[in-house]
Design a protein around this ligand. Structure first.
Ligand code: GAF
Length: 406
């Protein structure tokens, strides 16, 4: 639900019909497969995934829909419904290369990963569009990658397991978008279950679903309106800074592959060998891992207040030690803290913009939105976009009259 502005004038069934009809109009034949790929929230565990740590994401009802079909042409023909742009490329014996169009690269990157893994891809047509705001930290790029990975797996009759599809989509992001992301976003888009958050251990890839009752605490997203595009390079820098810390610790402890293999005690012990910046980056990551584990226990105990305290502490670490917040995200978090019914708030995702995630008692949501929106407008001179997220299941086929698969 979009709270601050009138509802976007389509619901899911209408949008998927629009996408399917647009496909038929553009390509002159019907789609044989319709796919829904969700964006995600992350309750806690930020910048931990590429450090082998813990994350706690969930897929949400901001989604991208795909209409696809084989075309028998040995060509990949892509249309972005939202951009009203088309991109076309021939398939050859070699894996596809990155092209000049950013939105198309997310898709071409996925095709290239199939090809690189020896999984044949025949010519296909694809039209996609959706409701995930771009650059808002809700993983629109992962949804695009994961939706197509799922679709190609189906269309081509490959039986790539879903977790491996997430890893394939992550590699596409590395190689075709240049962001050295962890696995969280692609995992969340593909593996989530409705009404659950999922804790992923990014070292072992073990995962556990925790029931999450949004009738007890609503997930409210406040969009700072700051696009986090510029964050890509800073994101990769953070990754390097963590690796720098790992390299120092590994000299003493050869088994250390990621920060996950380091304890806070060890970090303190070797503090003198680390420059202050590297030390603070590493300390944040180690503390955040502990917060995720504590937060999961609070969830099991039904203690949302304690859960929310971990969120506030996460934000403070991201702001002060990891330095990936921005004035708007800090102000939104301050504005939320202390309001009636607010359990916790923090910036979410890679940072430098995008959304804060707020856990709010349902009866207080309207007041929360009003107060935070007023404060934001007064401080930054522009309206605040707010979304109330439902937690949905991961990527799946949308049944249609033409393709009644599940
Ligand atoms: C981005 C990345 F894509 C994720 O892998 C993760 O690192 C996140 O930033 C920060 O937690 O969304």
């Amino acid at each position: 639900t979009h709270l601050a502005a009138p509802l976007i004038p389509f619901s899911m069934p209408l949008l998927i019909e629009t996408i399917a009809t647009a496909f038929t109009d553009a390509f002159g034949h019907d789609a044989t497969l319709l796919v829904r790929a969700p964006g995600r929230v992350n309750l806690i565990g930020e910048h931990t995934d590429y450090n082998g740590g813990f994350v706690l994401p969930a897929a949400i009802n901001k989604e991208i829909y795909f209409a696809v079909a084989l075309n028998g042409l040995n060509r990949v023909r892509l249309i972005s419904y939202d951009k009203q742009e088309r991109y076309e490329v021939a398939l050859t014996a070699k894996p596809l290369q990155r092209g000049p169009i950013q939105w198309a690269n997310y898709l071409l990157g996925v095709v290239a990963q199939f090809q690189q893994q020896g999984l044949a891809v025949a010519g296909f047509d694809c039209l996609f569009g959706g409701t995930i705001p771009m650059g808002a930290g809700l993983s629109s790029s992962a949804a695009v990658e994961c939706g197509l990975a799922y679709a190609l797996n189906q269309l081509s009759g490959h039986n790539v397991p879903t977790l491996a599809l997430a890893q394939l989509a992550q590699k596409a992001e590395h190689e075709f978008a240049g962001v050295l992301c962890g696995l969280m976003d692609q995992f969340a888009s593909l593996m989530s279950q409705a009404n659950h958050v999922v804790r992923l251990d990014c070292r072992s890839l073990e995962y556990t679903y925790f029931p999450f009752d949004t009738t007890a605490a609503q997930v409210v997203l406040c969009n700072s309106g700051v696009k986090h595009n510029l964050a890509d390079s800073e994101y990769n820098v953070r990754r390097q800074q963590c690796e720098k810390g790992v390299a120092v610790l590994r000299k003493h402890h050869p088994y250390v592959l990621t920060l996950r293999d380091v304890t806070l005690k060890q970090l303190e012990h070797h503090r003198a060998e680390l420059d202050d910046l590297t030390y603070r980056r590493c300390r944040y990551v180690l503390e955040e891992n502990e917060r995720v584990l504590a937060a999961c226990q609070h969830l099991l105990d039904g203690n949302l207040t304690a859960f929310g305290q971990q969120m506030y502490a996460s934000h403070a670490g991201l702001r002060d030690d990891y330095e990936v917040s921005c004035p708007e995200l800090d102000a939104l978090t301050v504005a939320a803290k202390g309001l009636p019914g607010v359990y916790g708030a923090r910036m979410m995702g890679g940072g430098f913009g995008g959304c804060t995630i707020n856990l709010v008692a349902p009866a207080q949501v309207d007041d929360f939105v009003r107060v935070v929106s007023e404060q934001f407008k007064a401080q930054f001179g522009r309206p605040l976009e707010v979304y109330q997220a439902r937690i949905v299941s991961g990527v799946g086929t949308v049944p249609t009259a033409a393709s009644p698969s599940a």
